[in-house]
Structure formats: structure tokens, C-alpha cells
Design a protein. Structure first.
Length: 89
């Protein structure tokens, strides 16, 4: 395996992780902004008030996106292992 091929595989893996994590992180970001806005408007500064909605949003987002994430991960793994002979130099 050449160094260029190793870098290409690593780059592709990082991009795949980025695209798999992005929807769940975006949901958490939006919920975090909304909860912070509610905290500012109501002057509630309880840490559990901000943590619980974010955790529930992450769980909901993960459950919602899990089929898509699994399909993408299986496609990536199939492409990676399907071309296994290319790495055996």
C-alpha cells in the first residue's frame, strides 16, 4: 500500500464520519440554541434544564437517522472491503 493510498483511505473515512455525524450534531445544535434562548428569556439557569432536552434531541435524532446512517456505513464498508486486493501490494 502506498502512502498516497493510505492517505486517501484515511481522508475518505474521516469524510464518512463527518457526514454520518452531521445530522445528529445539527439537531443538537438547533436544540441547544433554542434551549439557551428559552433560558435567557425566562432567566432559568438550571443545568438540568439545558442538558435534558439536548440529550433527548440527540436520542431522537439518532433514532431517526439510524437507518440512513447504517445504510451509508454499510455502503462505505462494502466499497472499502470490496476493493481489498488493491491494498495488498
Amino acid at each position: 500500500m502506498t502512502p498516497e493510498l493510505a492517505v486517501q483511505i484515511f481522508r475518505h473515512a474521516l469524510l464518512e464520519v463527518f457526514w454520518l455525524a452531521m445530522p445528529v450534531l445539527a439537531i443538537g445544535f438547533v436544540v441547544g440554541i433554542a434551549v439557551s434562548l428559552v433560558q435567557v428569556l425566562t432567566s432559568i439557569q438550571d443545568t438540568s434544564f439545558s442538558a435534558v432536552p439536548k440529550l433527548l434531541a440527540f436520542l431522537f435524532g439518532l433514532l431517526l437517522m439510524l437507518p440512513w446512517m447504517t445504510t451509508n456505513l454499510l455502503t462505505y464498508t462494502t466499497l472499502l472491503l470490496g476493493d481489498f486486493g488493491r491494498y495488498a501490494h
